[in-house]
Design a protein around this ligand. Structure first.
Ligand SMILES: [Zn+2]
Ligand SMILES: [Zn+2]
Ligand SMILES: [Zn+2]
Ligand SMILES: [Zn+2]
Length: 385
């Protein structure tokens, strides 16, 4: 059986993504940047099924004025998808969320500055062999790092189909995968996850080619020591630049990557930087483009904090999870613009999220998005030290 982009799942997802994207801008059409297929295999190289993927870009050069990643999450919910609240990145403007509807999923990515806002949507795996298989944990384009080479993303032991049962003489009815950390039936290399990510054990990172793993102790080569790629002059808009990048291949031959975008103002032009990890060889890829100068929109003004319910003074947001605070958070703490939550990393549903410096009262305000927006604007706008 042949499957193509005219199959029911692909047609539905493609139009669902374009419709949601169209609700975000009234004056501009969303752009289908690329559509592609992830083949899915078991032991044999011959695929047993496929997944269809679509990369849609919205807006491009005028975020974060509108729409914000929060608006995108709301648009997916309004269209009947389940979506968790966005997570915000360290760079102002960056964020990520995932929406799901049955076995369809979409990753929503917002770039830094007014960088591009993209949706990458994927269908469930459509099987072509007639054999009914469950859905794999991951395929090539859905991983956060690279696909596990042993199980090709299934997360299960392919020798026993995840049952843990062995049929070889002398196996006593147990597959060899019983000895693995993930338990019987689980892939020994990746546990159950189907992927190798930056948080996988060091020996795996090294053998999969994660370059950062070569020098785990070399401070000089930390994430800040990023080398800017040569700036190319080729594009009229950031979406054109993204379309170009999405069609380039890594030296290893793979094109799949999860791209982050940063758009910055330089002297008389804009610089758009794309970075991503190759899903084939795990190497970092980066491209930079000079775009025609436009005045970037200022970020929208943050909302006002909720007044203290006891004394009506202006409170400060509480921040949690401070095992590894970023440098901006550290500075905001020093300046008293934010305070550390007493609970540290432990998160409970009724945790206070604001504290009043005037009277000391701490309380929980239900509007978590307002707090997140205010916090982001504090961190983005710190006075120079
Ligand atoms: Zn097994
Ligand atoms: Zn595996
Ligand atoms: Zn590569
Ligand atoms: Zn107060």
């Amino acid at each position: 059986m042949q499957v193509g982009f005219d199959c029911e799942e692909a047609v539905w997802l493609r139009s669902a993504l374009l419709e949601i994207a169209a609700t975000l801008y009234s004056d501009r059409r969303p752009v289908m940047v690329r559509q592609w297929i992830d083949p899915v295999r078991l032991h044999d190289p011959e695929p047993v099924g496929h997944r269809f993927l679509f990369l849609v870009a919205v807006g491009g050069d005028d975020r974060p004025a509108s729409p914000d990643i929060d608006d995108v999450v709301d648009a997916f919910r309004a269209a009947g998808w389940e979506a968790h609240e966005p997570r915000y990145g360290r760079e102002p403007g960056t964020g990520w969320a995932e929406a799901r509807r049955e076995d369809f999923k979409t990753s929503i990515d917002a770039g830094a500055g007014p960088g591009v806002l993209t949706f990458t949507g994927w269908t469930p795996v459509v099987f072509t062999t007639g054999r009914q298989l469950r859905q794999p944990q991951h395929t090539l384009s859905t991983v956060y790092g690279v696909l596990c080479r042993e199980c090709h993303g299934w997360g299960a032991c392919l020798d026993c189909d995840g049952t843990g049962r062995g049929t070889e003489p002398g196996s006593y009815g147990r597959c060899w995968c019983h000895g693995g950390q993930g338990g019987p039936g689980a892939c020994i290399e990746c546990g159950l996850s189907g992927q190798i990510t930056e948080s996988s054990p060091w020996h795996l990172l090294k053998s999969y080619g994660f370059a950062d793993a070569d020098a785990p102790d070399a401070d000089a080569d930390g994430p800040d020591a990023f080398r800017m790629p040569p700036i190319e002059k080729a594009h009229g808009s950031n979406i054109d630049a993204l379309t170009d990048v999405a069609h380039r291949t890594c030296a290893c031959g793979e094109f799949r990557s999860r791209w982050s975008n940063q758009l910055r103002e330089a002297d008389d032009h804009l610089v758009s930087l794309f970075t991503g990890r190759c899903r084939g060889c795990a190497k970092q890829r980066a491209y930079a483009f000079m775009l025609p100068h436009r005045k970037l929109p200022p970020p929208p003004p943050p909302p006002s904090p909720p007044p203290c319910p006891r004394c009506a003074q202006v409170p400060v947001p509480l921040v949690r999870g401070l095992h590894f605070p970023g440098s901006a958070t550290m500075r905001a703490l020093e300046l008293g613009l934010v305070e550390a939550s007493d609970r540290g990393c432990e998160v409970r549903p009724d945790d206070p999220n604001w504290r009043c410096p005037a009277c000391g009262h701490a309380w929980q305000d239900a509007d978590e998005r307002r707090r997140a927006r205010i916090l982001r604007s504090i961190l983005a706008d710190l006075p120079a030290s």
